[in-house]
Write a protein that binds this ligand. Structure first.
Ligand code: FAD
Length: 313
């Protein structure tokens, strides 16, 4: 069976859930080979079906932006002729995959929400125009290079050989065009990562800029906090927490939208959540068209009561 290269994201060595999802998808196409820059828990990769694990251990991959990683991955594609290359749809994953596709003269598909393989034919599904249309695509030139959105599949365990192979690559000066001169460590919130969380509690303009009740409710449930673009654009919450078309896509078991009207661009990032709950003081807010449970009321009154109830259990 042909190899499928999977670019692994593992901050501080911990393999992210979206990377495990990619390994699950890769098994539909061929034999998953994990590609790791820096450290990663190789045991977890093998437990999720990685037959091979290519590791690149050099400061060049952490000292520069994506150029060296893209160049090393391009060289690996030339070496192993994979059936496909999969990356996450993070900013870095998309940039690396696009560079690899260009350099290998292969077709690139971004933001797939599903990947199916029928014999040698790989078909991807993308949700476009803020979730209004679903399109299917096939690459007609080279090995498809595909970035896949988080939460597109549930990660499934499957034993792989997990054979580790240390690799080196010749990194050109051109790939070292952008050096990282300083980096700010993210303040630890103790909350789960937004795209990986089983529960997301979000706040919008209806919070009036104070996320205290939203955060307290999220913490009572062990949830991640999200925000609408109106809240982010107002400077109330960082952009990395924005849910929607120009933010992150989440698909948790439970999504609670507080003081969010339900604009189509917000829905694009959360409408595949398994159960959707909204708290809004306007009973005609469009978000109520989409919810499983709706509460008409002021979030400043509703959320503290809900938090107390959860804490009692
Ligand atoms: P509003 O639409 O102003 O809604 C606030 C809601 O809060 C209202 O329904 C109101 O009834 C309710 N409310 C007010 N006070 C209370 C209270 N005390 N208690 C309970 N409810 C209350 N938006 C995103 O979210 N994510 C995106 O990624 C995104 N991308 C975009 C991309 C493009 C190209 C464009 C054009 C727009 C994008 N938007 C995005 C913006 C989007 O169109 C909406 O403007 C935005 O989602 C509105 O945010 P909101 O629901 O918080 O605010």
């Amino acid at each position: 069976m042909t190899e499928v290269l999977v670019l692994i994201d593992a901050p501080d060595g911990k393999v992210t859930k979206p990377s495990l999802e990619l390994l699950t998808i890769a098994r539909r196409i061929g034999e998953p080979s994990a590609v790791v820059f820096g450290d990663a828990d190789t045991g977890v990769l093998a437990e999720h079906g990685a037959e091979k694990i290519y590791t690149y251990d050099d400061a060049v991959y952490s000292d520069y932006l994506v150029g060296p990683k893209a160049e090393a991955l391009t060289q690996l594609v030339g070496e192993v002729s994979p059936a496909a290359v999969l990356t996450g749809s993070s900013t870095e994953g998309k940039e690396i995959s696009a560079r690899v596709a260009l350099k290998t003269q292969s077709g690139w598909i971004g933001d797939a929400v599903d990947v199916q393989a029928d014999g040698g034919t790989i078909t991807t599904t993308q949700s476009v125009f803020a979730g209004n249309f679903t399109v299917q695509s096939q690459v007609t030139q080279g090995a498809p290079v595909i970035s896949v959105k988080p939460n597109s599949v549930a990660p499934e365990a499957a034993a792989g050989a997990g054979t580790v192979e240390a690799k080196t690559a010749d990194i050109s000066d051109g790939a070292k065009g952008a050096k990282i001169t300083s980096s700010k460590e993210k303040a630890a919130s103790g909350r789960p990562e937004l795209t990986e969380a089983a529960i997301v509690v979000s706040g919008g303009r209806g919070t009036g800029g104070d996320f205290t009740e939203v955060e307290a409710f999220a913490d009572s449930l062990g949830a991640a906090v999200g925000a609408s673009r109106a809240a982010v654009d107002s400077g109330w919450y960082p952009h990395s927490f924005q849910v929607g078309q120009t933010g992150k896509t989440v698909s948790p078991q439970l999504y609670v939208a507080n003081g969010i009207s339900g604009a189509i661009q917000h829905r694009a990032g959360m409408q595949t959540s398994k159960t959707i709950v909204a708290v809004n003081k306007d009973d005609e807010a469009p978000i109520f068209e989409l919810v499983d449970f709706g509460v008409v009321g002021d979030l400043k009154a509703v959320l503290p009561q809900a938090t107390d109830e959860v804490k009692k259990r």
